[in-house]
Design a protein around this ligand. Structure first.
Ligand SMILES: Cc1cc2nc3c(=O)[nH]c(=O)nc-3n(C[C@H](O)[C@H](O)[C@H](O)COP(=O)(O)OP(=O)(O)OC[C@H]3O[C@@H](n4cnc5c(N)ncnc54)[C@H](O)[C@@H]3O)c2cc1C
Length: 495
């Protein structure tokens, strides 16, 4: 016997929490709230900040902006660290009584649209057992950066030390006196390196490409400031001001490259020069692509950490060639003995968007429909996949502001669809092929104007063919306005 739900949310991170809060606020005719569950493949709920417990983990947009609408929080730091972000997530789960909806260790493997019944059949594994659910609606909130990208190196299996992805940092890992290798120099690595450099005996950092790093205007907030955050009007005003300032960055990313040069590249170069006096070392750390092409990183402590006596920076010429029993063999045939290897190698962004097999109308497989590149109307819904919504879907990423702003914009669209499906007795909704094509064409023609497409880098924003599939090419308020305006003509309804 199948369990039947109005809505199944896949995931329990901020996207799923936002979807669940919206569902709880939705009033239905016959009964108060839709009947929904939240599937979580891990043994704990909460997503990003419950999983990423590596030393130094912190958000890189101002905490006030990185919070849900109507859910202010008395942040103690300008850029909150992981424990506070995890506490905020847990507060939301508790406040909105979401635990009773959550099914832990439930990994969604496959979703199949049952055309005659207008239901999704969901195949889930739970502790090795196969379970099936049915749901009228699926909200896929599996996270843009949830599935780690694990590199393969020759002879890795022979290595006897510890090796793990930054996303899987072991609890109580002993670092004192250890020799450690960090593979990668991106957003996670630049937080980990300064946080542990003084504990370890020796650190070898393997950098494929240097990143642009800007100073981080970080500070611990005063008691008065923290108390001010408790007033929701003050909170909203501060949030709006920071939002408006950050939004100006789009002018540089897209419209006037010289703005990016002036306001980002020059300060980043100055930052590097002021922290690294050795010319050769500075060259090693200077990117060859335009600033903004990859995510701009913020840190005051990364460059100083790299220059500590116990740290060695290996560039692409001396990258990892293979492993041996006790460590790493570099390209220059150096044998480096290490006790611990951290794979700070990022995420499989394209695979994380939808982490299960999805089969829609007429047996159409989502990955086949996305063979050329992932595409969706408003980055959220797809023709042939009725009543299926992807949060943080194709081209919804944002490099200049908080991901939560985008998530909550998508909710404005999804909420309207939910109302039609749950209150207006509509059996199914999906976007028309024409509407999705028009939207996707617009996205990629706008993308052509951005630094992400033409900045001379290879980044996780792009697929293997170099097409930018992760980012929204414009102001985030433009995206929100598009999500707010429901267009009947853009959709196919079945009653
Ligand atoms: C280290 C790190 C730092 C970041 N820093 C920032 C930042 O500074 N600013 C910013 O705006 N964004 C940042 N992000 C992006 C971050 O992903 C978003 O801000 C936000 O947390 C996304 O929330 P989410 O709910 O969509 O995804 P997640 O929090 O990743 O949640 C997805 C959940 O879905 C679950 N799941 C996935 N597949 C399945 C399945 N098949 N079945 C069941 N459950 C499944 C996962 O286990 C996970 O719990 C960062 C991400 C990472 C990893």
């Amino acid at each position: 016997m199948y369990k039947v739900f109005d809505v199944v949310i896949v995931g329990t991170g901020f996207s799923a929490i936002s979807a669940a809060i919206n569902l709880k606020q939705l009033k239905l005719d016959e009964y108060e709230h839709p009947n929904f569950i939240m599937l979580e493949r891990r043994s704990f709920p909460g997503g990003t900040w419950l999983q990423n417990r590596y030393p130094g983990a912190a958000v890189d947009v101002q905490s006030v902006l990185y919070s849900l609408e109507d859910e202010p929080y008395a942040w103690t730091e300008m850029f909150a660290k992981q424990p506070e972000l995890a506490a905020y997530t847990n507060d939301l789960l508790n406040k909105h009584k979401l635990h009773k909806h959550i099914r832990l260790q439930h990994n969604l493997e496959k979703a199949v649209w049952l055309e005659d019944e207008n239901y999704w059949l969901l195949e889930v594994t739970h502790n090795g057992e196969k379970l099936s659910f049915r749901s009228r609606i699926v909200i896929n909130a599996t996270g843009p950066l949830s599935t780690p990208s694990l590199p393969f190196f020759e002879n890795m299996e022979a290595y006897k030390g510890k090796v793990f992805h930054s996303n899987d940092w072991p609890k109580d890992l002993e670092l004192e006196g250890k020799k450690i290798a960090i593979i990668g120099s991106g957003a996670s690595a630049i937080q980990i390196i300064p946080a542990i450099i003084d504990k370890v005996k020796r650190m070898d950092v393997f950098q494929r490409t240097p990143h642009w790093v800007m100073p981080r205007k970080d500070r611990v907030l005063s008691r008065i400031q923290i108390n001010a955050f408790k007033n929701k009007y003050i909170y909203k005003s501060i949030k709006s001001i920071i939002y408006a300032i950050l939004e100006l960055r789009v002018i540089g990313f897209k419209y006037i490259p010289s703005v990016l040069k002036l306001l980002a590249e020059m300060p980043a170069k100055k930052h590097l020069k002021s922290q690294v006096s050795d010319l050769g070392f500075r060259e090693k750390l200077t990117p060859s692509y335009k600033i903004g092409c990859k995510r701009i990183l913020l840190s005051n402590t990364y460059y100083p950490a790299l220059q500590k006596v116990n740290c060695v920076l290996h560039d692409i010429e001396d990258s990892v060639a293979a492993f041996y029993e006790n460590g790493i063999v570099s390209k220059t045939k150096n044998k480096i003995e290490v006790d611990i290897v951290v794979l700070a190698t990022g995420y499989r962004a394209a695979d994380s968007m939808v982490s299960s097999e999805v089969i829609g109308r007429n047996n159409i497989v989502l990955n086949e429909q996305w063979k050329e590149y992932p595409r969706a109307y408003l980055g959220t819904s797809m023709p042939n996949f009725p009543n299926y919504f992807v949060v943080t879907g194709p081209n919804t990423g944002i490099g200049h502001t908080s991901a939560i702003f985008v998530i909550e914009s998508q909710m404005r669209y999804i909420k309207q669809a939910l109302n039609k499906l749950l209150n207006d007795k509509c059996k199914s909704i999906e976007p028309t092929v024409k509407a999705e094509s028009k939207y996707s064409e617009m996205i990629h023609s706008e993308m052509d104007k951005t630094v992400w497409a033409h900045g001379g880098c290879k980044s996780w924003y792009q697929n293997e063919n170099g097409k930018v599939i992760a980012m929204f090419p414009g102001f985030s308020f433009t995206y929100r306005l598009m999500c707010k305006k429901w267009r009947d003509d853009d959709h196919v309804f079945k009653y």
